[in-house]
Design a protein around this ligand. Structure first.
Ligand code: FES
Ligand code: FES
Length: 176
């Protein structure tokens, strides 16, 4: 028996017909939708290579049934950059050598984006390491990863601050 679901993936509406209710989001993304940036490592929730965002929250896509996501918004590594402009987390991973072979990197980056959005990382490297501990890096690039998360967090906070300031200035002008 087949059934259909509708997902928004990286801002685009994607109706999907599933023949098997056991299909994971990871397999759907990679095998059916050819979004191969999301990696399959352990396929059992232990490495974090398959991390994506569902409605803004980070999850392991290998443990998530696609059938359970009707109406959800999915963000993968392919959806982060804005045309040629890298997302601040992507740019920070490059600036801080937050990878070697790169296999874990999409999952690390998606996890970092989710973590920063959660707003609970603070500026303590130990805490960031703990909150990113579901993402394993066999190359041991943890030092660069942590530095990248810290820098991206600062960049995003500054950006948010300057947007808020512009909004206040505009309101002030409108009120005058
Ligand atoms: Fe999903 Fe390892 S592939 S956690
Ligand atoms: Fe190789 Fe992390 S960069 S596994």
């Amino acid at each position: 028996m087949s059934f259909s679901i509708s997902l928004t993936i990286n801002g685009q509406s994607r109706p999907v017909i599933l023949d098997d209710p056991r299909v994971t989001l990871l397999d759907l993304l990679r095998e059916r939708l050819h979004l191969t940036g999301t990696k399959k490592g352990c396929d059992r929730g232990q490495c974090g290579a398959c991390t994506v965002l569902i409605d803004g929250r980070r999850i392991n896509s290998c443990l998530t049934l696609a059938a359970s996501l009707d109406g959800a918004e999915v963000t993968t590594i392919e959806g982060l950059a804005e045309s040629e402009m890298l997302h601040p987390v992507q740019a920070a991973f490059i600036a801080h050598d937050g990878f070697q072979c790169g296999y874990c990197t999409p999952g690390q980056i998606m996890s970092a984006v989710g973590l920063i959005a959660e707003g609970q990382a603070g500026d303590d490297p130990e805490r960031i390491r703990e909150l990113m501990s579901g993402n394993i890096c066999r190359c041991g690039a943890y030092q660069g990863i942590t530095e990248a998360v810290l820098e991206a967090q600062r960049t995003l906070a500054e950006r948010e601050g300057s947007t808020a300031r512009k909004g206040t200035t505009r309101k002030g002008r409108d009120a005058a």
